[in-house]
Design a protein around this ligand. Structure first.
Ligand SMILES: NC(=O)c1ccc[n+]([C@@H]2O[C@H](COP(=O)([O-])OP(=O)(O)OC[C@H]3O[C@@H](n4cnc5c(N)ncnc54)[C@H](O)[C@@H]3O)[C@@H](O)[C@H]2O)c1
Length: 314
């Protein structure tokens, strides 16, 4: 497989920019495409100094004609605040974006990887979630634009694979955190850190006993790259995430300790669509990709707190 020229859609976002860093470090010719809805040029500004990196403003809901060998399709707002801002555009980005990128992959015979999500499992009855579980998703709720958009994108990937023999790879990403997350995206890690650094109360929903698992961005990118280079015929979907579970109280205590903050905790009612538990089964990733996460939560949080400290002080 020729893998010199790589297209990353959503490359100026949180995960996309780390992926671009990694690909450029490995001497790939990287074309980053983004409409800057949630991403920013700042995330990739250091890369602009190298001729290996090219940045293009483009909305993936429109067709794109470029010559590439591999496509990582990450374009899509990922946090509820952002994907619910314009839900119709969110569905278009997932569905039309997938159609356009799959069409491109078909034309230029590129291998294509889809950044899918654990949200395809919806509010699951199976714990931890395995790839063979079909999920329990509400098709008409305020989160459906994201969940169903991503499910439809998976359908399109597998139809292009069956119908057009496209070389597809699908990863289902669970909660990931790290530097370059948006400070105001409403997700728990960024919320807690920003509140702690600003000395504001840390908001805990419910009794704080609900658990989440958090994967550090470097681990996630390693899995994505391994998936792109996985054996011919292995399509996934494959879960990538960190199965280590932490309660919201544990996370809050850790953030307070590592940031040295004096913030207090403030308890608020649990939103009704907040899942009690979400945890990936990563046996397939271990077996096929020889991958497991290696960065402990404490180490990843230190890096992330350092990043937020810098941007808040600017
Ligand atoms: N971060 C996570 O925990 C997580 C979990 C599951 C899945 N994912 C998936 O990974 C991908 C990247 O997520 P992220 O956390 O980096 O989010 P992000 O919002 O930082 O990145 C998404 C990027 O896509 C761009 N974008 C949005 N709509 C676009 C469009 N129509 N055309 C071109 N670019 C567009 C945004 O400007 C942004 O740069 C998304 O597809 C997301 O669904 C992320």
């Amino acid at each position: 497989m020729d893998d010199g020229r790589v297209l990353v859609t959503g490359g100026a976002g949180f995960l996309g920019s780390h992926l671009c860093d990694r690909l450029v470090a490995e001497d790939h010719d990287v074309l980053c495409v983004d409409n800057y809805f949630t991403g920013t040029k700042r995330n990739v500004e250091a890369l602009l100094r190298t001729p290996l990196f090219e940045l293009m403003r483009h909305d993936v809901t429109f067709p794109l004609y470029v010559e590439v060998d591999q496509i990582y399709n990450l374009a899509c707002p990922a946090s509820p605040i952002h994907y619910q801002f314009d839900p119709v555009q969110t569905t278009k980005t997932s569905v039309h974006g997938a159609i356009n990128m799959l069409g491109l992959a078909k034309r230029v015979k590129a291998r294509i990887l889809q950044a899918s999500t654990s949200e395809v499992y919806g509010d699951p009855e199976v714990h931890p979630q395995v790839e063979s579980y079909w999920g329990r998703v509400n098709p008409i709720g305020p989160r459906s634009c994201y969940d169903e958009g991503k499910r439809c994108a998976e359908t399109l990937f597998f139809d292009y694979w069956r119908q057009h023999k496209l070389d597809i790879k699908v990863v289902r990403i669970f909660n990931t955190y790290g530097p370059r997350m948006h400070p105001n995206d409403g997700r728990v890690v960024s919320n807690f850190i920003v509140q702690a650094l600003k000395g504001e109360p840390i908001t805990i929903f419910g009794d704080g006993q609900q658990t989440r698992s958090f994967c550090y961005v470097d681990d996630l990118i390693e899995a994505m790259v391994r998936m792109m280079h996985s054996r011919q015929g292995f399509t996934g979907p494959v879960n990538i995430g960190n199965p280590g579970e932490f309660t919201m109280l544990e996370l809050a205590e850790l953030v307070l300790r590592l940031s040295g903050s004096k913030s207090r905790m403030e308890f608020k009612p649990l939103p009704h669509d907040d899942p009690r538990q979400r945890q990936p089964d990563i046996s397939l990733a271990a077996e096929e990709l020889g991958w497991k996460p290696t960065v402990p939560l404490e180490d990843g949080l230190k890096e992330t707190i350092g990043y937020f400290r810098r941007i808040i002080s600017e």
